[in-house]
Design a protein around this ligand. Structure first.
Ligand SMILES: [Mg+2]
Length: 108
């Protein structure tokens, strides 16, 4: 997916460094969301939804690089990514109210 596995292999960061980077990106995402939603004390920062999308992508990329680094091979990374995303999204869907699940199925 978007060369994540190869980029992770070429980047010498440790697993701890990637985890800290994910925390940094999560903080940037939180800051953008707080600004966009005009949370008290944060609206002056002037972020917009494009900033939210960008920070969400940053966080997703770092999270995927952690998954890649925790995999023994590209094949394992891809198989685990597919398996985990399917399992986790299925669990998420199970927890939604029935009316929300119907909405999700209609938009698929
Ligand atoms: Mg960022």
């Amino acid at each position: 997916m978007f060369n994540i596995y190869d980029l992770t292999q070429k980047d010498p960061k440790t697993l701890q460094e990637r985890a800290l980077k994910l925390a940094e990106e999560a903080g940037e995402l939180a800051q953008a969301v707080l600004s966009v939603t005009k949370a008290p004390g944060s609206e002056y920062k002037g972020h917009d939804l494009a900033d939210v999308r960008e920070e969400a992508a940053d966080a997703a990329i770092v999270a995927l690089s952690i998954l890649a680094q925790a995999s023994e091979s590209r094949e394992e990374f891809e198989a685990e990514l597919n398996r985990l995303m399917a399992d986790k999204c299925a669990k998420w869907q199970e927890k939604l109210p029935v009316s929300s699940v119907d909405t999700v199925k209609r938009s698929d």
